[in-house]
Write a protein that binds this ligand. Structure first.
Ligand code: SIN
Ligand code: MN
Length: 340
């Protein structure tokens, strides 16, 4: 997608420009040639802004290349985004009369929004993300971990990954192998039970669950639920530390191997992902797709403790510099096993 800063400038309050233009990814923006006016640009694509100043939702359509005569949509210069791959639909081409000049509209369709969001993930990274109760007892707290805490957890993750009882891709009873790689602390998870030893690996004793991680878990529950009392009783003794490369994913499942129904605390590091949070009845809809970015906390307990959830996709190109995780995503879930 090409975004012309001049078209953009004509459409957006100037106070926003330093923020947005300063952070757009290299090559994602181009300047007018001297003397060129925005009406002469051959612009394509859609820029979606969710900045508070432009609430609720505004789309800047920067024009488009002529649509082919057979009615197929105009090319955007980029492969169709995820939602298009699922539905086979694409956003409607920009009408001829509106091509060539940037314009600001509000109330984009859901489909266009999803497409634009995918295309310009680098802009959505700038958008304030409020905490949200996704379902009763399921709370997303964006940016909960500081950069230092993320770096410490990433370093710990590297240590935990080493053998004995190190990180491995779990083999499922069906014969398949998970694309996610996992190392466990406290109790070793094998589908679908816990053991004190890595029975599906080198047989070594599982690494201990550190006291500082339990303390972090209590702080997470306190902050997510705003209830220090409930958090004080939280005694996580299992961690599943999952590494996702950019192609890895996790199917919809419920965390049912624990005997305790205390909340699950999930901490995300590195590349962002789509975290699909569903319902307690089945793997199917309704669900909510939440973008979990580096440093985000997600806690699910109470009525949502046994809800199905999964990770359909890692969002490419969203890694975070400075935390010692150059690629991929690390997710740490803390649980109370209820086991002796
Ligand atoms: C899990 O469900 O165990 C992991 C979820 C995640 O990676 O966010
Ligand atoms: Mn899970």
């Amino acid at each position: 997608m090409g975004i012309c800063c001049c078209c953009y400038r004509s459409s957006v309050p100037s106070t926003l420009l330093p923020v947005v233009l300063g952070r757009v990814r290299p090559g994602g923006i181009r300047r007018c040639a001297p003397g060129q006016t925005d009406s002469r640009h051959d612009m394509d694509g859609i820029l979606l802004l969710l900045l508070p100043q432009l609430s609720p939702i505004h789309v800047i359509e920067t024009g488009g290349r002529p649509a082919p005569a057979d009615g197929r949509p105009a090319r955007t210069g980029r492969r169709a985004a995820g939602p298009h791959r699922q539905t086979g639909r694409r956003p409607a081409p920009v009408p001829k009369a509106e091509r060539g000049r940037g314009r600001l509209t509000s109330g984009a369709g859901r489909h266009d929004r999803a497409a634009a969001r995918e295309t310009i993930g680098y802009v959505t990274a700038l958008i304030p993300r409020p905490r949200a109760e996704v379902a009763p007892g399921a709370v997303h707290v964006p940016g909960w971990l500081s950069t230092d805490e993320q770096a410490e957890l990433a370093a710990a993750g590297r240590d935990w990954a080493r053998p004995p009882a190190g990180m491995r891709a779990t083999r499922l009873p069906s014969g398949g192998v998970m694309s996610v790689q996992t190392v466990c602390l406290g109790w070793h998870w094998i589908p679908y039970r816990y053991s004190r030893t890595a029975d599906d690996g080198d047989g070594a004793p599982v690494k201990p669950f550190p006291g500082w991680l339990a303390e972090l878990g209590r702080r997470a529950v306190a902050d997510a639920y705003g209830d220090p009392g409930a958090a004080g009783a939280y005694r996580p003794d299992v961690a599943l530390v999952n590494f996702y490369d950019e192609k890895a994913r996790m199917g919809m499942h419920a965390d049912r191997e624990e005997r305790s129904l205390a909340p699950v605390v999930s901490l995300s590091l590195g590349a962002a992902c789509i975290f699909r949070f569903g319902n307690t009845q089945s793997r199917n809809r309704p669900w909510t797709d939440v973008e979990l970015a580096s440093g985000d906390l997600f806690v699910f307990g109470g009525p949502s403790r046994l809800a199905y959830h999964g990770v359909p996709r890692i969002i490419q190109g969203t890694g975070v510099p400075g935390i010692g995780l150059p690629s991929g995503r690390l997710n740490i879930t803390l649980r109370e096993s209820g086991l002796e």
